[in-house]
Design a protein around this ligand. Structure first.
Ligand SMILES: Cc1cc2nc3c(=O)[nH]c(=O)nc-3n(C[C@H](O)[C@H](O)[C@H](O)COP(=O)(O)OP(=O)(O)OC[C@H]3O[C@@H](n4cnc5c(N)ncnc54)[C@H](O)[C@@H]3O)c2cc1C
Length: 439
């Protein structure tokens, strides 16, 4: 008899946790992802600020699952789902919309950037969600210093060395702190015409405080730390406009060649594929067993699901995705083993939240415990190492962090423009335009 087929879309935190929870299940499991790697998104900002290399935070999905014989990994993009025919459509480099049949479907397709309706901002303020985004941000940041060093007119150094981060949530705060450390220590004594430490780093948000999801005392501690590192924190105003020359904030132009979007996220289009009820953000509203209404064989987990607990939707964090992945894996395993009992509803165990602010400082909130400083940073480092996908990554990242902590040197300061001279030319073109306009 043919084995039941379980299709998991997404090899991120949720999808991988589900696949691993099904390791002893007599089924054929197909994991489909549009990239060949599992990405540890919480450390993306360290690739963007040159601390880590891309390969230190990502691992091929098939390598992670190589010992799990019931899993097949497919590189392809899911473009839709037919709930009646029970198949997902997959497009790869060779073929379009190939149907893949399922008995159980787990959608764990994560989220992408949201520009809150201002899609025109994207060209000038790229986000940070994938490895390619992080490499592009790193190129942009490092290139700004190169352009400034090559620029004869010191009046232009200020614009080139102004970095704006839009969004003061955990990603924006971590990125601003890491950037401040990079300009003050990582690039020290390497330039002759410019002083990298004179770079201006501006963190903006419409919210009244940084790190919105954290308590007020930790939010204050993080802001004070950022300011100590020289970061300008501008709160309470939304960005009116972004273009090649910078941003307009509350009517004031902040000239900058490097604007990075660290604000909102939008879920994947899973809700559209399934034609089901979604919340205002577009996340699929799921039942208390994380399945969708009327289809006990379809589950939506992680960032792309809206699961309400105590009247509030769970946050889009890795722990939610991992715990939902494990829950669904166990639930399907039980059903295939013949269990007829109704499983207990999914319940989230909140282990707490952390964010790093520069070197050797983090904020940590778990239950009533609120910590900030070096101890919180050590906990942050230990927890993040533990959640990296493989032991080799854990060792590589651990050694790199010690090296960077002691010497200030970074893991990867290469500017790798995949479209080579074209990218350099684009940056040069916009710089020339500004120079001409300012004459
Ligand atoms: C910069 C950044 C920093 C973060 N920091 C933290 C942190 O410190 N702590 C924390 O808990 N959380 C953090 N998060 C959030 C956390 O990473 C997410 O909550 C978590 O990744 C969600 O897991 P997921 O499985 O739902 O989605 P993901 O891990 O995003 O995985 C989704 C997968 O689906 C694949 N995919 C998407 N669409 C398709 C498609 N159509 N076809 C095929 N494959 C598809 C993607 O390639 C990806 O591999 C951060 C996120 C970002 C972007």
């Amino acid at each position: 008899m043919a084995l039941p087929q379980i299709v998991i879309v997404g090899g991120g935190f949720g999808g991988l946790a589900a696949a691993k929870a099904l390791k002893d299940t007599p089924a054929e499991i197909i994991v489909i992802d549009r990239t060949n790697h599992h990405l540890f998104q919480p450390l993306l900002y360290q690739v963007a600020t040159a601390v880590l290399t891309p390969s230190q935070i990502a691992t091929p999905i098939r390598s992670i699952l190589r010992n799990q014989k019931n899993v097949t990994v497919i590189l392809g993009e899911v473009t839709g789902v037919d709930k009646d025919k029970k198949c997902a459509f997959v497009t790869d480099a060779d073929r379009e919309n190939v149907p893949i049949a399922y008995d159980y479907l787990i959608l764990a397709t994560g989220a992408t950037h949201s520009y809150f309706g201002h899609t025109e901002f994207e060209t000038f303020a790229p986000g940070l969600k994938s490895l390619a985004d992080a490499e592009a941000a790193r190129n942009k940041i490092l290139q700004a210093f190169e352009l400034a060093e090559a620029e004869d007119d010191p009046a232009r150094h200020r614009d080139l060395l102004t970095f704006v981060l839009v969004g003061a949530g955990p990603t924006g705060v971590e990125m601003a702190g890491a950037l401040a450390v990079l300009v003050r220590t990582g690039l020290k004594s390497e330039f002759r015409r410019i002083d990298p430490a004179s770079a201006r780093i501006v963190l903006v948000d419409m919210a009244p405080r940084v790190l919105g999801p954290f308590s007020e005392d930790l939010s204050k501690a993080a802001k004070a730390r950022l300011e100590k590192l020289g970061v300008e924190v501008r709160l309470g105003h939304s960005v009116d406009h972004i273009d090649a020359d910078g941003i307009i904030l509350a009517g004031e132009r902040i000239a900058s060649k490097t604007v990075i979007w660290t604000a909102g996220v939008a879920p994947s289009p899973a809700g559209k594929w399934l034609a089901v009820d979604t919340d205002r953000a577009g996340r699929v509203r799921v039942q208390n067993d994380v399945s969708i209404l009327g289809h006990p064989e379809i589950f939506v987990i992680g960032d792309t699901a809206s699961f309400e607990e105590n009247g509030k939707p769970l946050p889009g964090v890795a722990q939610v995705a991992i715990q939902q992945g494990r829950y669904v894996g166990k639930l399907i395993h039980g059903r295939l083993a013949g269990s007829t009992s109704v499983p207990p509803p999914f319940s989230y165990f909140d282990k707490g939240s952390m964010a790093v602010v520069g070197k050797g400082f983090a904020v940590l909130q778990t239950g009533k415990v609120h910590l900030s400083g070096f101890g919180a940073w050590l906990t942050w480092a230990a927890v993040h190492l533990q959640f990296l996908a493989t032991s080799s990554l854990r060792l590589a990242v651990f050694l790199q962090w010690i090296w960077t902590y002691v010497t200030g040197q970074r893991g990867s300061r290469l500017i790798v423009n995949h479209h080579g001279s074209e990218q350099l030319k684009k940056t040069a073109d916009t710089s020339t335009k500004v120079a001409v306009a300012s004459k």
